[in-house]
Design a protein around this ligand. Structure first.
Ligand code: SF4
Ligand code: SF4
Length: 365
């Protein structure tokens, strides 16, 4: 397992976490066994926005005795008191549901308290001003809540939450279909607006946990993929993990067999995880935009083209650390010999050799 550090904390979060949206139907024994297997394999991050109440108790049993090794994303606004999932912004219902969730999990604290599913500005306003945020902050003072987060599919709402300066973590839907194709209920905002959000999160130290990395399975099938070509789970995972700000991707797992397949990501070859094929069917607006995929490697001058571009974009987005990170690179844009290999190889038609000159001028090296 690989881990990434939460910028606003000490937590080291596994790059693959576990989504529990569809595990509820598998039965208590399978849920418990799946979570136990996830823990054995180093997964330590669990999202609890489930489709029903069934997973809470078995998850609690599976982590008993090792609660301090595990991070829970608990959603303030997901209500399970009827046994099924319900969405609410009513503060009293939220309080009762959070109590229920803690009790079912057998825990007395929340690692990440999330404002749940904030897709409309009006809902965010209600959460920020109507008492939910104040309630979370009160729990934080009492030591019940460690960090504050929010889940959303809407860049504009996520930006407004960043403006309010309340987030340590953002759960956001990231996949190539939403970023490039604007197709589907949650494909909100153009590629540049979405990339700008990811960069802003990294610049402001807000980690991203990724939901819908496979666009609810739509991307995994030639017939349903908006590109007319299926991508693999491993390509989608790598795609999300390459985005700035992303700490962890949370595929929904139904059982141990799903988990085993997902864990195969760590043994997959570079050919299996690389997603440059996107360049052949991404739309016009993706042209010329570096997505840090490093498909243009190897660079004869030894430059890490993707990383250099990422630090450049992050620094211009206001990430104060990006300039330092860049300064520590052994080979910098100024070392580019202008061979043009990357220009020829880039599936997104980025004029990279020219961009290297621009980056060298910006950083002065
Ligand atoms: S220049 Fe192209 S191939 Fe190279 S990292 Fe950027 S997008 Fe990928
Ligand atoms: S043009 Fe520069 S960055 Fe691109 S492959 Fe050649 S040396 Fe490397």
């Amino acid at each position: 397992m690989q881990y990434r550090k939460l910028p606003h904390g000490k937590e080291q979060i596994s790059v693959i976490g576990m989504g529990t949206s569809s595990i509820g139907k598998s039965g208590e024994r399978e849920i418990e066994a799946t979570v136990a297997m996830a823990l054995e394999n180093g997964i330590n991050y669990f999202d609890l926005a489930s489709a029903d109440a069934a997973p809470f108790a078995p998850i609690g049993r599976a982590v008993a005795g090792q609660r301090d090794r595990v991070y829970f994303q608990v959603h303030f606004g997901a209500d399970y008191q009827t046994g099924q999932y319900g969405w609410t912004t009513d503060l009293e219902t939220i309080k009762r549901s959070v109590d229920w969730q803690l009790s079912a999990l057998g825990t007395d604290y929340i690692d990440f308290a999330f404002l749940h599913c904030m897709d409309e500005m009006e809902d965010l306003r209600t959460a920020l001003e109507g008492g939910t945020l104040a309630y979370i902050r009160e729990l934080q003072k009492q030591g019940v809540v460690r960090h504050i987060g929010m889940s959303s599919h809407t860049p504009a709402v996520a930006r407004a939450a960043l403006d309010a300066g309340v987030l340590d973590m953002l759960m956001f839907s990231i996949n190539p279909a939403y970023d490039y194709h604007r197709e589907g209920e949650f494909a909100i905002g153009g590629v540049e607006e979405r990339m700008e959000l990811y960069r802003r999160c990294q610049a402001e130290g807000v980690g991203i946990s990724v939901m819908k990395a496979f666009s609810a399975g739509q991307l995994l099938n030639d017939r349903t993929s908006p590109f007319g070509h299926a991508l693999t789970e491993y390509q989608c995972l790598q795609y999300a993990l390459d985005k700035p700000g992303v700490l962890t991707v949370l595929p929904g797992m139904r059982n141990r067999s799903d988990l085993k397949r997902i864990l195969g990501f760590f043994d997959a070859s570079p050919e299996e995880t690389e997603y440059s094929v996107l360049g052949t069917f991404a739309p016009q607006e993706a042209e010329g935009v570096c997505v840090y995929c490093n498909h243009c490697q190897p660079c004869p001058a030894g430059l890490d083209v993707g990383l250099i571009n990422k630090y450049y974009d992050l620094s211009r987005a206001g990430d104060a650390l990006a300039r330092d990170h860049y300064a520590k690179l052994a080979r910098k844009a100024g070392d580019c010999i202008g061979c043009g290999h990357c220009d020829r190889r880039c599936p997104f038609h980025v004029a990279q050799s020219r961009r290297m000159q621009e980056i060298a001028a910006y950083f002065g090296a």
